[in-house]
Design a protein around this ligand. Structure first.
Ligand code: PRP
Length: 209
């Protein structure tokens, strides 16, 4: 059995479709239920839905052999896993954004609101700017509007959230997409079956692009 952690939600469904097209279908998974684990004995796989930001933990600790996590989560938590494949889906970017017209003021420490404290810290270290991190868990866009922070470091996909809140991108930190990751020991013990899954998925991605 290959144990596969999929991120619950919109990205997870897209990713599951890729696995299905690659020949690892388990249709029951798309039925609207509260069930979290789905198994296909025929294909020797077991899927489970986990919170997107938890996929890396399941994989790093070996509860899952492989999983799908955004590059943002991988960069933020730096799990000790193998990154096997860029799935070229779930594309977005990590940016610095602020209220329209905002300009950096070097006289005071920059206040940065974010869910991605470590990415923000590394980015501002790399450009030699001292910052004060304000760690939030969601609705980051509110912070500059209410004067809680000067800028935010967050994910932008369509740009709608920024636009509707009168914010704009100041800098792009990195592009993001979904990655297939593997537990290091699991990859060793199940290398044959994981490699054949990876090659079927790669063929899929080749067809898509
Ligand atoms: C993410 C991100 C932005 C939004 C960007 O939030 O933090 O708020 O999506 O998408 P857009 O560019 O397409 O508008 P999410 O929906 O994960 O909710 P959150 O506020 O709880 O972080």
């Amino acid at each position: 059995m290959i144990n596969i952690a999929l991120p619950k939600g919109r990205l997870g469904e897209k990713v599951y479709r890729m696995f299905e097209k690659a020949g690892y279908g388990c249709p029951e998974i798309l039925e609207n239920s509260r069930k979290l684990i789905f198994e296909s004995e025929t294909f020797g796989i077991r899927y489970f839905w986990v919170k997107p930001s938890d996929v890396a933990i399941y994989v790093e600790r070996g509860a899952a052999d492989i999983g799908v996590a955004g590059k943002d989560i991988i960069c933020e938590y730096k799990p000790d896993v193998y990154e096997l494949l860029d799935l070229k889906t779930g594309k977005c970017r990590m940016v610095v954004a602020a209220l329209k017209g905002y300009e950096y003021n070097d006289d005071r420490t920059l206040r940065v609101a974010t869910k991605f404290s470590s990415i923000a810290r590394e980015y501002y270290d790399s450009i030699g700017k001292d910052i004060d991190i304000i760690h939030l868990n969601g609705s980051i866009e509110l912070a500059p509007i209410l004067g809680l922070s000067d800028v935010i470091v967050d994910i932008v996909e369509t740009g709608t959230t920024l636009k509707e809140n009168n914010l704009e991108v100041l800098e792009t930190i990195m592009p993001i997409s979904a990655r297939l990751i593997a537990n290091k020991a699991g990859f060793k013990f199940k290398s044959e079956s994981i490699k054949s899954l990876v090659s079927s998925l790669s063929a899929q991605i080749g067809d898509m692009s």
